[in-house]
Design a protein around this ligand. Structure first.
Ligand SMILES: *Cc1c(COP(=O)(O)O)cnc(C)c1O
Length: 571
């Protein structure tokens, strides 16, 4: 046998490692002395030099030797890390995540319990130590908030179905797009054709030859705006869904209907382009959707309800109605999908007169709403508006609209959580058959993850149990006012400095954009940033979010720092 971990090279094992600055090799315990060193790989170079260093918390203190850390080393490292983290959280204003969390007193004991919500939330299954009972309560709460029919009932296609995500809205977007792809490409739905399911069928089969001119009916094409979160692009790639640009370039290279003769854009333009408020340009969406719907392609649209950088709210009602009307014009509003459609003609009349085999009726489009922050926040802002606490709230986005198929929201954004979590929701009638039935867990594999975080439903349940609609409506109004305050403070600074800071706030949004300041300010306040191009001018921007933990004092402290000499030197 060759020695698997031969001498890694002169000097390398002598690299100072861990809190004691000992050579890496020195930390093997007594067992290894009896039988020779364990089969593990030494560092090939000094890790402390390989990673970006954070001066306040030097990496060496946290490195893990084989012996682990002594009690003193552990206490020093953990204290150091925690006080650094507490400070970073306290003054974080750059992201749409709430920072005032107080779960630890009540929920600490659950860290000693192995919670796991594997499988469908409505089936308890073999893994009994789950929090699905709380998960169902949380889902019912959101179903009500988002005006879906509830409770979930497997026999009622109009009732909602959903689950608590182990990731955040990125998972909700991925799952929503998977659901949409399966639905639009004619795969088997949970709600119809149970015969084929129970007989082990599972799928209707692939939707014909993708290169064939008659295969468009089961070839979904996705549309999302230029202000869309990167998780949508990633989900699109992961799932192999074609964007309108993919299909346009491949089959209609010179036919971009937005500007004939110019290349296809990757995304639907936003109103006013990079300089606008960040909402999708519905007229452009209409032109693009019409181009593809008229050629028979099923239409998959993502709308943003609170976009990531500008906090923009797409007009979901108007956009989705527009999509519906265009699809109706081309026979894609409600269409029969035959369970044996593979290889058959797409001609609707031919399908309708063919009575053989089962079929179901479904829309030829799917509208997914990415409401990472907005779907968790705007319903309370609307309550605040009704109570006269604020003047306006964004338009309706939820299941009141028959044209909306699925919605996702992050749990850690508006509510606040110590880790990513969230909700995905659709209608029961849109559920697809999972790829495989699993006997092992005793509950259907209807979710993206196998094992699912069971602590997250507990957190969300705790939050919702302790905060009434009234509390949240007041907070929503308060955050909205704080955003207005931040905007006016930045405008005053702009005047004082005599420098255009490009201050902007999209309607109803909790974020204010401004010229990106010097790196130390970006770092101190965890500011996120993005470079936009406005009329050929490069504009490095940052933004702040006035989440619940962001007080006037914190906004004032940031503005004071921005007033210092050199604060905008790097911009
Ligand atoms: C934050 C965000 C996401 C991603 O959500 P995670 O919970 O971070 O996975 C998706 N879309 C929008 C609009 C977001 O702001």
């Amino acid at each position: 046998m060759p020695e698997p971990h031969a001498d890694p090279g002169p000097g390398v094992p002598e690299i100072a490692f861990g809190p004691a600055d000992e050579p890496w090799r020195n930390s093997f315990g007594g067992l290894s002395l009896m039988s020779g060193p364990p089969d593990v790989t030494p560092p090939s170079s000094d890790p402390r030099r390989s990673y970006a260093s954070i001066p306040e918390i030097p990496y060496g203190q946290f490195q893990l030797p084989a012996s682990g850390l002594t009690e003193e080393q552990y206490a020093a490292a953990e204290n150091h890390f925690r006080s650094w983290l507490e400070q970073q959280c306290r003054v974080s204003v750059g992201f749409q995540v709430s920072g005032d969390l107080d779960y630890q007193q009540r929920l600490g004991p659950y860290l000693g319990l192995a919670l796991n919500n594997v499988g469908d939330p409505y089936q308890s299954g073999a893994y009994t130590h789950n929090s699905k009972i709380l998960e169902r309560a949380v889902l019912d709460y959101f179903a009500s908030l988002w005006n879906a029919r509830w409770p979930h009932r497997r026999d009622d296609p109009e009732s909602y179905w959903g689950y608590s995500l182990t990731m955040g809205a990125s998972e909700g977007n991925l799952y929503g797009l998977w659901n949409a792809r399966e639905y639009l490409s004619g795969q088997l739905m949970l709600h119809s054709g149970q015969d084929s399911w129970s007989s082990g069928g599972g799928r209707y089969g692939p939707a014909g030859d993708p290169a064939g001119p008659r295969s468009n009916s089961y070839h979904p094409v996705i549309f999302y705006s230029q202000d869309t979160h990167y998780s949508l692009t990633k989900a699109t790639r992961l799932l192999g869904v074609d964007t309108f640009q993919d299909v346009g370039r491949r089959w209609f290279p010179d036919e971009n209907p937005l500007a004939p003769g110019t290349p296809w854009p990757a995304e639907v333009p936003s109103l006013g382009g990079a300089d606008g408020d960040g909402t999708i340009d519905i007229d452009c969406l209409a032109v693009l959707v019409d181009f593809f719907a008229s050629r028979g392609f099923p239409i998959l649209v993502n709308l943003n309800y609170g976009s990531t950088f500008k906090g923009a709210y797409d007009d979901v009602e108007v956009a989705s109605r527009t999509v519906h009307e265009i699809c109706a014009k081309h026979g894609l509003d409600e269409r029969p999908v035959h369970h044996d459609h593979r290889g058959r003609h797409d001609d609707r009349a031919a399908e309708e007169q063919d009575g053989s085999g089962g079929f179901d009726l479904r829309t030829g489009y799917w509208v997914h709403v990415d409401g990472a922050l907005g779907a968790g926040y705007a319903p309370y802002l609307e309550m605040a508006r009704r109570a006269g606490l604020v003047a306006a709230a964004p338009p309706v986005f939820d299941f009141r609209l028959p044209t909306v198929h699925s919605i996702t929201a992050s749990g850690h954004k508006w509510m606040g959580a110590p880790w990513p979590c969230g909700i995905f929701m659709t209608r029961t009638g849109f559920q697809m058959v999972p790829p495989r039935e699993v006997e092992y867990t005793g509950s259907s594999d209807t979710t993206l993850a196998g094992s699912r975080n069971g602590f997250s439903p507990l957190l969300m349940w705790d939050y919702l149990a302790r905060h009434s609609y009234d509390d949240q409506a007041r907070w929503a109004a308060e955050c909205d006012r704080m955003a207005a305050y931040a905007e006016s403070s930045l405008r005053a600074l702009e005047t004082a400095l005599g420098l255009d800071l490009w201050v902007a706030r999209s309607p109803f949004s909790l974020t204010v954009r401004f010229r990106r300041p010097a790196p130390w300010i970006v770092q101190k306040y965890s500011l996120s940033y993005e470079t936009t191009h406005v009329r050929g001018q490069r504009r490095p921007c940052a933004h702040l979010f006035t989440m619940r933990h962001v007080t006037r004092d914190l906004v004032d402290a940031l503005v004071r720092d921005l007033r210092r000499v050199g604060a905008f030197a790097a911009g």
